[in-house]
Design a protein around this ligand. Sequence first.
Ligand SMILES: Nc1ncnc2c1ncn2[C@@H]1O[C@H](COP(=O)(O)OP(=O)(O)OP(=O)(O)O)[C@@H](O)[C@H]1O
Length: 583
Amino acid sequence: MRWLSIAVIGLLCIVPIAFPTSYLTPLNYVGLNAIICVGLVLLAGVVGLASFGQAAFVGTSAYTAALLSTKLGWSAWETLPAALLVTATSALGLSWLTIRLSGHYLVLGTLAWGTALYYLFGNVAFLGGYNGISGIHPVTLFGISFGDTRAVYWLIWACVAIAMMLTANLLDSRTGRALRVVRHTIMAASFGIDVSKLKTKAFVLAAVFAGVTGWLTAHYLGVVNPGPFNANSSIDYMFMVVVGGSSHLAGALVGPAVVEFLRNWLRETLPNLIGGSSSFELSVFGLMMVLLLQGAGGGIMTYVSRYLPMRSKRKVSPEGERPPRRSRLAPGEALLKVQRASKNFGGLVAVNEVTFEVAAGEIVALIGPNGAGKSTLFNLITGVLPLTRGEVWFRGDRIDALPTHGLVERGIARTFQHVILQPDMSVLENVAVGAYHRTTAGALASMFRLDRRQEERLLREAQYQLEQVDLAAEADVAAGNLPLGKQRVLEIARALAADPLILLLDEPAAGLRFQEKQALADVLRSLRAEGISVLIVEHDMDFVMNLVDRLVVLDHGERIAAGTPLEIQNDPTVIEAYLGGVD
Ligand SMILES: Nc1ncnc2c1ncn2[C@@H]1O[C@H](COP(=O)(O)OP(=O)(O)OP(=O)(O)O)[C@@H](O)[C@H]1O
């Protein structure tokens, strides 16, 4: 990939030297749109929030720069931080309303916002109405003015390069991994990711990228008016990202380039081909785009990336430091207490007054027939579902009112009945998500690579946990390419990377072969020896009875028995309700 980036940069450097100015104008627009699309790749492609209001952010920034430049005489370098701040603040305000929305509500919400702002720009006399504001000073640096097409080319493309580099750095970091898994809301929250805060960050960041384009446009053209900031432009930006490939950063460059050049080419050649003055180019363009997306679903980069070399493997030093671990508890110390926990779904009582405890260094199983309420109980303990009645305590603190993302810090980590991982991320990166809460580097630090020491530690932790579960050989494989059994083991490694005091495992042996189950049981025994507790939901009775210290048996949401494996195996109530039917 590196040689390809160098080739693109080389080509972009040659163009202004080798070609006349008329060639640079479309390239300038490609660059301006590419910066917006970088933000959209982050927001729509990575986080999964499609925004149709980006043109409004371009406009907010452009008008702020225009006002400050013309009314107060600020230089372009002074208007830049102000324009980005106003854009970021308005995006932050708007995010309170839109982030909660999803699917078509989000699309409509952002469209409404874009339309409202467009009419605001046009109807406020102070902003020059539909004529806009003119006389904006160009950007100057060391006496060089970037007011003409040729000079501004360098400025625009320097901004594109910076935007892409910062975003690539961000995606390759703790926050980047969190952004990539944030669609899996419950899993992300279980590992300490504050989902709505992270989505807000992505929303604001995408708006700031749009703001950079707004600032550049105002100082390049010297004039702003509402025209370019309408809903059509917002739709165009989303369209470019989809054409380029919204899940690839390079798609932010490819999309605007293909759309711009195809439109220009059709505009010039079509009238000559079919004659007459009718403008069919938009219709033909639309048709060509439909055909293109049919052939390259997921965008051009998804198609192209199949033929590009794989990303180089992550090098993790085996001697590297791991993040600090929390101190372990003395065996038998009180850890988790569930008291009279109840959960109703409408008229259905899924969990009814269930009480049990897990001490430090204990392995406890929750068993019972299908629909007995085991997974629901897991979700009550991990804050995924609110209790209807009852309490959950952890190390003496009541935790049932805490948000899910606050639990992993206290030492609670879990796996899921239906495996939840990010298939296009490597096994190593997926496991590193588990250690998210163990370091603190934020988005800005990651963008400027100030997080590298923390990052090395996180990856070392992920590598260590993969070694523990015998999955280190697959560290660089895309997680989605692992067989189901190994994906389950990956989930356990991810939970271990969270440095838990208790592991909640929902059917971890499902899909594992006999030897894999034996290996898993060995890992869990060694965790117990270290003082880590395990609460396990499992239907494989051989696996459970040979592993656990105690069992709690549920049936129809109620606790019908509790005791050692021997006691439970000989309990007539349990035999009748469950074990009688289990092989
Ligand atoms: N979100 C929900 N809304 C409505 N009913 C639910 C919901 N989640 C679970 N239930 C119901 O609650 C009961 C308990 O389900 P739960 O999944 O907790 O059982 P389980 O013991 O984990 O079963 P299994 O072993 O099949 O996973 C079932 O009757 C189920 O249909």
